[in-house]
Design a protein. Structure first.
Length: 158
């Protein structure tokens, strides 16, 4: 099994060099992921992708419209990655909207209001997807004192 852990750049503010860097980084990831997908073993690409793939992956887009996480270019890059054949483990486990959130901003009482987003993803190649038995988010961790604004995402493979 091959496990890749990543942090895709946030890309804010946009437009600008940080957003351009995010898109270039995503392009390099897509190219490398294509070679990993074809590996004859289960492959897991897990981490903070800093992309909300669809409007169903966020509590409400209203206050996030200008953010790099929701831009058409960011979403298109994530879709190109999935189009290689990768399985989104949380979407596989929770096919109906909304999926479990993985991130709640520290601002505007997002955690108590459950105003979350899904920006942390676990992608599996074909061999990995065949072994997927469960996936989830440990929400309780986010509610702990001094917690990260992200909650851990996990998968189980047979």
């Amino acid at each position: 099994m091959l496990v890749g852990c990543l942090y895709l750049p946030n890309g804010n503010p946009r437009p600008g060099p940080k957003f351009d860097y995010k898109l270039a980084w995503a392009g390099r990831l897509i190219a490398h992921a294509g070679t990993l997908y074809a590996t004859a073993a289960p492959v897991v690409l897990a981490g903070d992708y800093n992309v909300v793939p669809t409007d169903a992956d966020i509590y409400n887009t209203r206050s996030w419209k200008a953010d790099a996480l929701l831009q058409p270019e960011s979403r298109a890059a994530f879709k190109r990655l999935l189009d290689q054949g990768w399985t989104d483990a949380l979407r596989e486990r929770f096919p109906h909207d909304p999926p479990p959130w993985t991130f709640w901003s520290y601002f505007r009482e997002a955690w108590p209001r459950d105003a979350g987003l899904r920006i942390d993803h676990v992608l599996l190649n074909g061999f990995g997807a065949e072994r997927l038995t469960d996936a989830g988010v440990d929400r309780a961790v986010r509610g702990a004192e001094g917690a990260s604004d992200h909650a851990p995402v996990w998968i189980e493979l047979a």
